[in-house]
Design a binder for this molecule. Structure first.
Ligand code: NAI
Length: 523
């Protein structure tokens, strides 16, 4: 019940005054994976939770699930037994939609279909008070579209939680075109009361997290499609050199291509074929073939007995070493990093302006491939290898080197042996403008920059959302700052020039801030 508070009138099209921040009773419609998670955090925050599902058994199953979860938390000493029973007592299973009449806010987590969600909104508007909030947990539908046809579209907002809700402590609050800002404000406040970090965004495809997440998966798939490296090698680089918790293929196996490929297709088409979001034929084919990931026992990795198996073993470091080494000065920063490392490895590089006849030639490009470096600098491509110095290079768990198509096996192995001689594993990839790590990192930073440019969310909310929602080591804009916006820009410009692929065109947000020497978080 509403505790005797007076109700405010509501004009058609919006709530006249800010909805009260002291929401006490929440209705949850759809008590599947998401609904029960939202119910848990709401009940634990002291709210009364009315649970409804079209399938009555789902309501009972959710209540039982909540009881089991709260009992487990009490057994582990995370909450007291009294708290557990008081929390459960606040959860009220409902047999019909009309039982939600007294809710201050209703969160729907039903099937992801626009027609069904609109139909639910219409039914709810006939039941709840005119100023009650109606929030949707949709992950892919437009909030504006869900609100079309509503009597009071101002009260409808997106409220996008992540699975599993109690552990994923971030929620996106989405303002539809017809939404009342005060409704979003109230949901922001409600999130904090439930122990979640809210981020605010405009109603655009993918909101923040699913939009920002395009960089890693799509670029990873592109690298694999070009035959640059095996799936496991790409994951190794992203995990051990770039510092991510998982590489793109491990992540897609966890989510399942049956979920992530349709999301890629949907965001691509909703942005009208924006090349940055172009889905991959690899993902399409593997989805059709049923290699969708961990849940199917087979994805980019196989999972006999549920445990991930690497498709190809990592190559051991050869014992070979080069007779001498020459390091290109075309990229001064990379030259310094490589010569410092070589001195720690006990090797003094040649000092001449050109390599001697037998020297291993090392180049350190940003956004270029080894072949272009050899051609531009007039170097012998058969002895040339490139080393990725954009990612952590000296104190790192992995290094990446790449060859030209002409590099001899002797020079490749000598370079591999040399750069692994302090025990840091080296991944040898085929020629690629921007290696693996540069391409993926720059794509992530560029897409986040464009989310900021489009004013979908503030720079700090973009970083918070990605950090908490995707588990990246840093927010993408802070990551770009740590590497240096100018270096990211140089990579992207070279990638765009060399490949002709518009997906690498730098966002204005990035090139303006890089040019002015400003942080990517500068608004
Ligand atoms: P689910 O399939 O586990 O649960 C959906 C529940 O809604 C079912 O119990 C079903 O009986 C009920 N339902 C369906 N139509 C209904 C209707 N018209 N009225 C009342 N109940 C109805 O689905 P899940 O995964 O919990 O997803 C729910 C919503 O949350 C979807 O919009 C989805 O896109 C979104 N979402 C899902 C995430 C996930 O990882 N599963 C993450 C973020 C958002």
């Amino acid at each position: 019940m509403r505790g005797g508070r007076s109700r405010r009138p509501c004009k058609a099209g919006g709530v006249i005054r800010p909805p009260r921040p002291d929401i006490q009773t929440v209705g949850i419609i759809g008590t599947g994976a998401m609904g029960r998670g939202i119910a848990q955090i709401a009940a634990q925050a002291g709210l009364t939770v009315n649970l409804y599902d079209a399938n009555p058994q789902a309501v009972e199953a959710a209540r039982q699930y909540l009881q089991d979860t709260l009992d487990k938390l009490a057994a582990k000493g995370r909450i007291s037994p009294d708290d557990a029973s008081a929390t459960l007592a606040r959860v009220k299973p409902c047999g019909k939609l009309e039982d939600l009449a007294g809710c201050d806010a209703v969160v729907e987590a039903i099937v992801e279909r626009l027609d069904v969600k609109r139909d639910l909104v219409a039914k709810l508007e006939a039941i709840v008070q005119p100023d009650a909030i109606i929030a949707s947990n949709t992950s892919s539908l437009s909030i504006t579209a869900i609100a079309v046809g509503a009597k009071h579209p101002g009260r409808i907002a997106g409220y996008h939680f992540f699975n599993p809700v109690p552990l994923m402590k971030v929620v996106e609050v989405i303002d539809g075109l017809s939404g009342d800002g005060a409704v979003g404000d109230a949901l922001m406040e409600l999130s904090r009361r439930m122990g979640h970090t809210p981020v605010r965004c405009k109603d655009m495809p993918g909101f923040i997290v699913n939009h920002a997440g395009r960089g890693m998966n799509i670029e990873g798939l592109k690298v694999a499609q070009e035959g640059v490296a095996e799936y496991a090698d790409i994951d190794d680089i992203m995990r051990e050199q770039a510092g991510f918790r998982m590489g793109p293929f491990e992540l897609m196996d966890l989510t399942g291509l049956d979920v992530s490929h349709p999301v890629m297709e949907s965001i691509y088409s909703q942005f009208y074929q924006e090349p940055r979001y172009r889905p991959s034929p690899i993902a399409a084919l593997r989805s059709v073939g049923g290699l969708v990931g961990r849940k199917a026992g087979a994805g980019f990795y196989s999972y006999p007995d549920g445990r991930k198996t690497r498709p190809t073993p990592a190559a051991p470091a050869p014992a070979a070493r080069p007779k001498s080494v020459w390091v290109s000065r075309a990229c001064e920063h990379g030259h310094t990093l490589v010569t410092n490392l070589l001195s720690k490895l006990g090797t003094t590089p040649e000092t001449g302006t050109l390599p001697s006849a037998d020297a291993l030639i090392v180049v350190t490009p940003l956004g270029l491939d080894a072949t272009s470096c050899a051609l531009q600098e007039g170097l012998d491509a058969t002895r040339t290898v490139a080393v990725d110095t954009l990612l952590p290079f000296e104190a790192t768990k992995r290094r990446t080197i790449m060859t030209t198509p002409a590099t001899t096996a002797t020079d490749r192995d000598a370079a591999h042996g040399l750069f692994a001689s302090d025990g840091v594993p080296v991944t040898v990839i085929r020629d690629s403008a921007g290696f693996v790590g540069q391409r993926v990192i720059c794509s992530i930073v560029n897409i986040a920059s464009d989310i900021a440019q489009q004013r979908i969310a503030t720079p700090s909310d973009i970083d918070l959302a990605v950090n908490l929602g995707l588990g990246y080591p840093k927010g993408p804009l802070a990551l770009g700052d740590a590497i240096g916006p100018q270096r990211i820009l140089e990579c992207l410009r070279n990638l765009e020039r060399l490949t002709g692929d518009m997906s690498y065109r730098p966002s204005p947000w990035l090139w303006r801030r890089a040019g002015l020497g400003l942080s990517l978080l500068w608004d």
